[in-house]
Design a protein around this ligand. Structure first.
Ligand SMILES: [Mn+2]
Length: 311
């Protein structure tokens, strides 16, 4: 049976999965590229990020030695949708298009991973998930607060989390190390925002001594419900992932982000996620490979967390 229209085959899908493991009717996970880029303020190219991640993902090992199985099989497969068609849409219209497309995927009950360009695209995915999971909270891994009220318009990568908080959702920020006075004021005024600055959690001389085993439990405690995880890749250290729209040093390492994802999956649970802000560097695949591997490893932890709760 051919794949239904709208889904990518082994030559282009996430992990290069063959049939039947890439079929949307049986897969427990949907990967949805939404390559939006309009307001990138420094380096451009994030609209190429989703395809670069898909390309690199085909080199990711399918066995997860930390779990002892191949997560894609345990999920029933992973189906990859064709990219959301944005045409010339920008700002509100683009976000609404992403939300409308994501809504149908989320309503199917699958675990949905959105691959977007600039972080703004995540807003549509977050709104689509909030419709189905009104009790969810958003955990944001990011170097930037993204809480400016307006930055080159209301729909920008620098104000995307201000739009999220306006919808009434709680927000937990992790790895923040580039933020304005205006955003700090908003954090102080708003009870629904908890911010874990990079200097507090990652600096060995800070209050948590840079140990994930110290700060991760506090992040989990700050979560008010099941978690939607939005990963702006610049939240990770820019030496680990240098292909970014706005690179910042001093971010999370591989084992930091894995410790966080594992604790969230085993605790409040993760109900959806997105990844953004990869701006590929020609001839340099390591950043997008790292992101592809991160996504796959997190998908394994999400499933392992659900199994712990089912016991
Ligand atoms: Mn950022």
């Amino acid at each position: 049976m051919p794949l239904p229209h709208g889904w990518l085959d082994q030559s282009r899908n996430f992990l290069g999965l063959e049939e039947p493991w890439c079929r949307p009717d049986q897969a427990g996970i949907y990967i949805v590229p939404a390559p939006y880029e309009h307001t990138s303020s420094y380096l451009t190219g994030t609209r190429e990020g989703p395809t670069a991640i898909l390309d690199a993902s085909r080199q990711v090992e399918l066995y997860d030695e930390t779990l002892g199985y191949e997560p894609y099989r345990e999920w029933g497969g992973i189906a990859t949708a064709i990219p959301v068609e944005l045409g010339m849409k920008v700002d509100r219209a683009a976000v609404e298009q992403i939300e409308a497309t994501l809504r149908t995927h989320v309503e199917s009950g699958r675990f949905v991973v959105t691959l977007t360009g600039e972080h703004t695209g995540a807003l549509g995915a977050i709104r689509a998930h909030a419709k189905r999971h009104p009790d969810m909270c958003v955990v944001q891994v990011d170097a930037h607060g993204d809480l400016r009220d307006a930055y080159e318009g209301n729909y920008s990568h620098a104000s995307v989390m201000a739009r999220v908080v306006e919808t009434g959702l709680s927000l937990v920020q992790v790895g923040i190390r580039s933020i304005s006075t205006e955003e700090i004021d908003l954090i102080r005024r708003t009870k629904r925002i908890a911010t874990f600055f990079a200097y507090q959690i990652l600096d060995p001389s800070g209050p948590f001594q840079g140990r994930a085993s110290s700060w991760v439990p506090d992040v989990v405690k700050a979560c008010s419900g099941p978690v939607y995880l939005t990963i702006d890749c610049d939240g990770l250290d820019c030496t680990l992932i240098p292909a970014l729209g706005t690179p910042e040093p001093g971010g999370l390492g591989w084992y930091d982000v894995m410790a966080l994802a594992t604790a969230l999956a085993n605790g409040p649970g993760i109900i959806g996620m997105d990844v953004s802000e990869i701006a590929p560097i020609a001839g340099f695949a390591a950043p997008q490979f790292t992101v592809a591997r991160l996504i796959y490893r997190i998908l394994g932890r999400v499933l392992a967390g659900r199994r712990i709760k089912e016991r």
